[in-house]
Design a protein around this ligand. Sequence first.
Ligand code: GDP
Ligand code: IMO
Ligand code: MG
Length: 422
Amino acid sequence: MVDLLLGLQWGDEGKGKIVDVLTKDYDVIARFQGGPNAGHTLEFDGIKHVLHTIPSGIFHENAINVVGNGVVIDPVIFKKELDNLGKFNIDFVKKLLISRKAHLILPTHRLLDAASEASKGKAKIGSTLKGIGPTYMDKTGRNGMRVGDLEFDNWKEKYRELANKHESMIDYYNVDIQYDLKDLETEFLEGVATLKKLKFIDSEQYIFDAMASGKKILAEGAQGSLLDIDFGTYPYVTSSNTTAAGACTGLGVSPNKIGRVLGIFKAYTTRVGSGPFPTELFDEDGETMGRVGNEFGATTGRPRRCGWLDLVALKYAVQINGVTELMMMKGDVLSGFKSLKVCTAYHYKGEEITHLPYNIEAENVSPVYKEMSGWDKDLTKMTTESEFPDALNAYIAFLEKELHVPIKIVSVGPDRKQTIHR
Ligand code: GDP
Ligand code: IMO
Ligand code: MG
């Protein structure tokens, strides 16, 4: 069976941390979608690591890490990631396997992303500008280049043809994008050379064989359910299926082989980039969450927008993904708030609704809040649930009651050790 770990909000829920914590129980960790738009942070032994393409099980001796067919890989960023980990003595050839069917992000995909965003003006998506949208467009348009193409002698011709097409598309946007393709290509070729040092595999077969031999597999999601191309806040989303079904197509795993679905959420909500966010705060409370939670994007460094927990959106994500267990992150950030708010419904067209409507722009919905007591105690040194303040227990109990799913992990700080199992 393959277990899934998925972000239930707009990304940055703490997936990297939890995958790292859980890896000891798994043989294989596999990314199934997204690309270097992801920034997954892990902290242990006083060191902080940010991973973009490499699965978050890479620091464990026992685990094989697979980059699945649904992922898009930028060889340039990939090389940087490997170089950054150079001093940690990781045997990448043995521990990091790459799907031949994963698509490649070309330098011109990144330029196209920038051109598209520039042309949108105020309506921009707030993309991480890593070339994700254009690469998935080429994938679904059946024009893309895949990792497996690099094993053929003519791959540079294929590259040239695609890059030329992209250049004329960039011209079409008619925006001011400065670039030197020669420099970008040099970097790209270096990246490809590094990528080619790793083992390319038919990852669907690898995963199938691993399952058949009783190995335990954890699929690591990137982004979050509300950024899903189908079910997120379109068009302010990413270009892949970030939800449970994405793991089936992104790894070649059939639905009846999915086991536990671990859904991860922050005790409040954040979003980076544009798009609707009904519980967003523009006051001191939001500012406090951002400051205490150190809410800056792990990939772009942009400040994350902050707001109260949105149960309407969270319920929707639990439903779409079939979440079987929940993990609540960053509870420690809420210490010190006198009272907490949780959005339990939306005012929408004169009605109170508890499902996510087609359009959740601020002019259409306003949150209905339940107010709960806050807690003062610092949670970051706690190691068991028995130390939790009553108000935190009440917060957890309320969420479990509303979501009908148990909260099995409460995270009280960024470090691996600051993780409480219930
Ligand atoms: P991901 O993209 O889902 O892996 O999450 P990110 O790494 O982008 O963002 C989560 C941030 O919160 C990182 O800086 C983590 O180190 C940090 N973090 C994770 N869990 C906790 C927690 O329980 N408390 C606090 N204070 N920080 C946390
Ligand atoms: P992790 O895996 C948070 C957001 C961007 C933008 C939108 C589209 O770290 O949780 P894209 O680059 O995909 O074209 O951007 O999606 N976004 C993320 N936000 N966490 C992420 O990944 C994200 N990946 C993309 O900010 O709003
Ligand atoms: Mg992140």
